[in-house]
Design a protein around this ligand. Structure first.
Ligand code: XIL
Length: 375
């Protein structure tokens, strides 16, 4: 077990407190007593269950159907899965008048046969839209296209989904609007009301799924995260005031081990979301090691400490109902493509290494869950 004292003496504690690590501190970074492999045998889903939470991972057919060892581990560790790509517009609707459900169906069936829940992702986003989208969509037809899309996809899986990311990443403070909204095709053609429209349409198409507003970049100790948190609270309270059916906030939690978190504000933010009557889902947790030194031991410790520190905060909140990682093993992280390291060495942002062995990060996550359940 990592004691609080050991943690506070560590380099990452300095980084997390907002103090930059000097290169000397990087090279002095030693946590030999910390996260020595525990003898924990329970799966993360069982440990999360003790806290009344689900533990999940992003997953998709292309990987799960080919890698049976990975599939087996994912089924052992997880009580929930999120399709990493297969329910996004570009995949599920390759042509305007043609949907492609095979991969999403496969995943939903796999989940059902292993008692895993499915968290759908997503209906309104500015990325991964299909190639036909820009040519086809006009101000005149966009509402119809969106409504028809949600009715078709949410309707197909109605009764089989735990929850849906209905709207993803619509706050972009840097775009300069007074309401903080991101400039997207949705906003351009439909105005801010497209957000409410998407939630109402999803609620009608699948009355049982929990409907989620999902956002990135809420966790850091900087002005941008702080103002994003406040715009998100305003957006959610505005939606609720209009009676919009939104039941949870999704916090993506794409963290980076060199970027300080803001624990106090995060803790307060979680409480503020609870006061609105909403649940919280941690939807896409990973910890980038892109900017860390080359030494794998140092990297693994800093990544582990970031998991531990973040999970210590979120695990303590009852209304955080799920913790989902964006992949289980470094063998398959999106960061390999999206945030490669300058030195060309493989990224190590997840809980299992490329050989599917538990890393310090796995033990750190496990310890955070265990110690929260002992509070
Ligand atoms: C990422 C996937 O992991 C990649 O495979 C894909 O190429 C790009 O998208 N926020 C989100 C997710 O909401 O959908 C993104 O997933 C990661 C950032």
């Amino acid at each position: 077990m990592t004691t609080r004292r050991q943690f506070l003496q560590s380099g990452q504690a300095l980084a997390l407190a907002g103090l930059p690590l000097s290169s000397k501190q990087f090279s002095d970074f030693r946590l030999s007593e910390t996260y020595s492999a525990t003898n924990q045998t329970a799966s993360l889903k069982d440990q999360a269950k003790q806290l009344g939470k689900m533990f999940g991972s992003a997953a998709d057919r292309n990987i799960l159907s080919q890698d049976s060892n990975y599939r087996k581990l994912l089924i052992e560790e997880c009580s929930m899965i999120t399709p990493e790509n297969s329910m996004k517009w570009e995949r599920i609707r390759p042509d305007y008048d043609r949907f492609f459900f095979d991969d999403a169906d496969w995943l939903v069936d796999l989940a059902a046969s292993h008692q895993m829940l499915v968290h759908g992702h997503n209906f309104v986003w500015h990325k991964q839209l299909p190639a036909w989208f820009d040519d086809k969509v006009t101000t005149g037809n966009m509402e119809k296209i969106l409504v028809e899309h949600i009715e078709t996809v949410a309707g197909r899986y109605a009764g089989r989904m735990h929850s849906w990311d209905v709207v993803n990443e619509v706050i972009a403070v840097e775009h300069g609007r007074p309401d903080g909204l991101r400039l997207t095709p949705w906003l351009e053609h439909l105005g801010p009301d497209h957000i409410e429209l998407a939630f109402r349409t999803a609620a009608a198409a699948d009355p049982h799924a929990r409907l989620v507003y999902n956002e990135i970049g809420l966790e850091f100790n900087d002005d941008l995260s702080a103002s994003k948190r406040s715009y998100v609270l305003d957006l959610l309270s505005g939606l609720l005031a209009k009676g919009t059916p939104v039941q949870a906030l999704g916090i993506q939690a794409h963290l980076a081990a060199d970027l300080p978190l803001d624990f106090k504000s995060l803790d307060r933010f979680l409480s503020d979301v609870a006061k609105l009557g909403l649940d919280v889902m941690i939807t896409e947790l990973d910890v980038s090691d892109q900017a860390l030194p080359k030494d794998v031991g140092v990297r693994d410790r800093m990544v582990a400490e970031t998991y531990r520190a973040f999970l210590d905060v979120v695990a303590a909140h009852e209304h955080v109902i799920s913790i989902t990682v964006w992949g289980l093993s470094d063998r398959y992280s999106w960061l390999t493509e999206f945030a490669p390291r300058d030195d060309g060495t493989p990224n190590r942002p997840l809980l299992l290494d490329g050989d599917l062995n538990r890393k310090l990060a796995w033990h750190a996550a496990s310890e955070a869950l265990t110690s929260a359940s002992q509070q």
